[in-house]
Every structure is written in C-alpha cells, then in structure tokens.
Design a protein around this ligand. Structure first.
Ligand code: SAM
Ligand code: SF4
Length: 503
C-alpha cells in the first residue's frame, strides 16, 4: 500500500492538524470580521413570524411554485405554521415543486466509507477519536477496488457518495488516488459492462489548493455538512482542540470550493443537535449567501437525523432529538424555501419514514447501503455496528427500493450525465429554475433505468419496471416529440446491450 505519511505518530499528526486550517482562507470571506450567520436576525424572524394569515402563507407557497428562493422571514412563517389544513397544503405544494423541477425521478446512490480513522472528536459520532472500541481501518487501493466490484458489478450502482474521516492517512492525496481507482473499475454484468460514473465526496473542509486537486480527478458534488449553525452548540459538540472545532473554517468550505472551480456543492445539518427551526434558517442563510456571492446555490441539501451510534451516549440522550412529525415538516419547508435544490433522504431513516418523506420533495436516496469500512466486500469479517459511524434505519436491497419506488410512480435514475457534460454550476441552476432540467433528465433516467433492469433487476422488479418504462416512453412521445426519434435510437441501442449512452 502506498503510504501517505511515512510515519504516523502523535507528533507529526499534531503538526499535520496545525497546518490544516489556513486562516487567510477564512478571513478573506468575512464581512467586517463577521460571518453570514446572523443568529439575532434568525431568532427575530422566528419570534415575529407567528400567527400569520393563511392568505400570506398561500402567497409564499405561490413563490415556491415559481421556483424562487424564499426570504428568511417567509421561511420562518412556514416553520411556524401549525394549522393542519395549511400544513397539508404545504406538503402538497412541496410535492408539486419537486415534480415541476425534477419530475418523477429519484436519483439513487450508495455511501462508501473508506476509512474509520479520524483526528476529530465530535461527541455524536461513533468514529470520534476517543471511541476506543472502534477497530480502525483505512482501505488500500486493492481493497477499494474490491468494494467497487460489488457495488457496481453485483448491486448495480453508478453513483457514490464517498465518505472520509479527517486523518493524515486519508488526506487529499489518498482521496484523489481512491477516486481514480473507483473510476477505473469496469465489471461485466448480465448484459453489459457497469462502472461507477460519478463520485460525490463527503469529507472534511479543505484548502483551495486541495480542492483543485479533487476537481482535476473528477469529483461530483463536494459535501460538507455544517452539522449545526448555532455557534454555542457547535462549540459544545466539537471540542476546541480539534480541527472540526473551528466553526468558520467549516462554514466557508463551499466558498473555497467555488474559488477552486468546484461549482457543485452540497450543504447539510445534523438534525438533533439544536432547535430544528433554527437549523433550517441556517441552511437557508447559507444557500442565499452562495447565491449572492457566486450566483449558484447548493446543488444538494442533506438533512440527516441523529442516529444511535455504538458507545456514543450523546446519541441516546440528545435534548433536541427531532420527532417524526417535525422531521416531515422540516423536509417540507426546506423543499419550499430552496425550490431548485436537490434533497437527499438517507437510509438513516427507516422504510416507513422514507416512504412518507420521499413524497415531500426529496430527489435522491441511497439503497442497499453498508457504512462499514470494507462493508460491501465484507473485508473486515462481518460488519459490526461497533465499527460504524452510526446505525442505519433501512437496510433493504436496492432491488427492493427500486421496485417500491416504481410501484408508486417514481422512476429510479442512475443518470450521471450532468457533470460529465458540464451541466453544473450556473448552467444547471438555470435549467432547474426554468423547469427544463426535469424534461431533459427524464430521457437519461429512462435509458439508465433500462440498463439497470437488464443488468441487475430481479424478475419481480422487472415486471413492475417494464410497466413504468412503457408509461415513461409514452409520456416522452407526448411531451417532448422533437427528441423522440433520437431518444428511441438511444433506447434501442441500450436494449441491445450498449452502455452509457446519454443526452
Ligand atoms: N468526517 C467528515 C466530516 O465530519 O465532515 C465526513 C462526514 S461524516 C463521515 C458524514 C456525516 O455523518 C457527518 O457530517 C454527520 O452529519 C453525520 N453523522 C455523524 N454522526 C452521526 C450520527 N450519530 N447519526 C447520524 N448522522 C451522523
Ligand atoms: Fe470524524 Fe466526521 Fe465523525 Fe467528526 S463526524 S468524528 S469529523 S468522522
């Protein structure tokens, strides 16, 4: 195995940690020495936007339907709605906004954890450095490839979110080498070859130079979750003697990404650390800041809820745990407040919640997930909860999830064309806001669904999938007649075994 730091010991790990944070790459973005999270203003809006007239709420919903980002006050109005009838209208509008922007597509991916080593000590995380019960491992390149053989050759994934702890063993060179390795694996399946075509990355904040390295190896979305936008809470859950303890270094990760040319970024909050309404406002402030500064908002927003983690008492007793009803409400309000963004619902949630939340405007979900290091190829014996970051709520197979989605009219898209054709950043924002993205991507969704049915689906899923695909083809003929001929040409080639043809 290539060694990324010749000798890792306490001294050079400490040195490495010290060098991670480039203060000038935070300071340059501050305004009058302040960051863009104005807690006073968030609290004022949340306190004043109460008992708002139903007519005003309906006007706000009309703005969401016009695919315009809501203001903080408008978002606070929605967060404070309690009337069941209005809540129902909000939920229905959220579903309609999603349909208008993304149609009936759900993009599917798998999480891939490559290392459980981490220098940070986040109190909610099973991988925190003080958790001595974890058996730590960083996969070498050969082991990474074995994971990919299962993910793309047996399960049928085309898209990953690759997750890294923060450690000298998994620094930017390791990330770049593993991404190259992932893209290099091609596996023969029933009908045609399969490979991972898009790697999104969830990793620690990086410097501009490091982000340029990731841009060059073909990173998809770069995700860094702020975890909590509330500064005092942030300090409590991220000890000060860790890199993650620096709130602003993390807050400006996406600014640095844009400055490095990575214009496809994902935001997130770990719901359960602080008041969920405040956190939704924080996400909105972040989205507005990126829109104003770079003309591009977040490509995705993630909203994980705190899950139990082995030997991690914080996850059992958290004061701000979010109830199921509040979770559905926060999903609805995020959809309405940032109407163009992709929304990622993960397998942290159980099957029942996933069925309900997907109707509130989510666009992406994972399935057949395993978050153990080497979990897909079972490289670390059988996966054990004690070696994982947290425990998953839904471990159903991809085949089951695809079938269930098809039964309720959603087509699973394995499309990865967007970033490979340069449809990122401002280009994708324009397509999303104008509602053109949904139609355009429909074609690729159907083609990649065809691939997946032929290469991986069970007979039961093929039966449900075929009916859905026929309905989709009829819809394309009706609604986008000008490309129908070319579409059928691509579709027929795919049915004959050609792979990776896209618009
Ligand atoms: N180590 C990187 C970091 O912290 O930025 C990578 C991300 S971490 C492996 C992925 C995300 O999982 C975290 O950002 C956090 O939001 C979430 N997470 C951590 N502990 C969790 C828990 N107990 N339950 C649910 N999600 C958790
Ligand atoms: Fe490390 Fe990320 Fe876990 Fe924090 S959340 S301890 S940074 S892996």
């Amino acid at each position: 195995m290539k060694t990324y730091l010749p000798e890792i010991n306490k001294v050079n790990t400490r040195l490495w940690m010290k060098k991670r944070i480039r203060q000038d790459e935070t300071d340059r973005y501050l305004r009058n020495g302040r960051d863009f999270i104005d807690e006073k203003s968030i609290n004022n809006d949340l306190n004043s936007a109460r008992n708002i007239d139903a007519g005003v709420i309906r006007n706000i919903l009309a703005k969401s339907m016009a695919i315009e980002t809501l203001s903080p006050f408008e978002t606070a109005c929605l967060l404070n709605v309690t009337d069941p009838e209005l809540l129902q209208e909000m939920a229905e509008t959220a579903g309609k906004v999603k349909k208008k922007v993304y149609d009936n597509r759900i993009v599917t991916f798998a999480p891939l954890y490559l290392s459980s080593k981490c220098v940070n000590n986040c109190v909610y995380c099973g991988l925190r450095r003080s958790n001595k019960e974890v058996q730590r491992k960083t996969l070498n390149i050969e082991e990474v490839k074995r994971e990919i053989e299962v993910l793309t050759g047996t399960i049928g994934h085309k898209r990953l979110i690759v997750v890294y702890g923060e450690h000298p063993d998994s620094g930017v060179d390791y990330i770049a080498d593993t991404l190259k390795a992932i893209y290099s694996v091609k596996v023969e399946t029933r009908r045609g070859p399969s490979q991972i075509r898009r790697c999104n990355v969830n990793a620690a904040p990086m410097s501009i130079d490091e982000l340029k390295v990731l841009k060059n190896v073909g990173i998809g979305t770069f995700q860094v979750f702020q975890e909590t936008y509330h500064k005092e809470t942030y300090r409590t859950v991220h000890p000060a003697d860790t890199i993650k303890g620096d709130y602003q270094w993390r807050l400006y990760s996406m600014h640095r990404a844009f400055d490095a040319g990575v214009d496809d970024v994902g935001l997130g909050v770990l719901f359960g650390l602080y008041d969920w309404k405040f956190e939704v406002m924080g996400l909105l402030y972040h989205a507005i800041e990126l829109e104003n500064k770079f003309g591009i908002g977040p490509h995705t927003i993630s909203f994980p809820r705190l899950e139990p983690a082995s030997n991690t008492p914080f996850t059992q007793n958290a004061k701000y745990k979010v109830s199921d009803d509040d979770f559905k409400k926060l999903v609805t309000v995020i959809r309405l407040a940032v109407p163009y963004t992709g929304m990622i619902l993960t397998a942290r949630e159980d099957a029942k919640m996933r069925r309900e939340a997907i109707l509130l405007g989510c666009t992406q979900t994972d399935a057949g997930s395993n978050i153990g290091i080497g979990g897909y190829a079972e490289l670390l014996d059988k996966q054990q909860a004690k070696n994982q970051q947290f425990v998953l709520g839904d471990t159903r197979t991809l085949d089951t999830v695809v079938r269930e989605l098809a039964e309720v009219g959603f087509i699973t898209s394995f499309c990865t064309a967007g970033y490979r054709c340069g449809r990122t950043g401002q280009k994708i924002m324009g397509l999303l806001r104008s509602g053109k993205e949904g139609k355009f991507c429909k074609l690729n969704a159907v083609i990649t669904f065809r691939e997946w049915l032929d290469d991986f689906a069970s007979p039961k899923t093929i039966e449900v999938g075929e009916k859905l695909i026929q309905r989709e083809i009829a819809e394309i003929k009706r609604n986008i007649p000008d490309v129908f001929e070319q579409f059928m040409n691509f579709y027929n080639k795919t049915s004959a075994g050609q792979r990776d043809i896209y618009f």
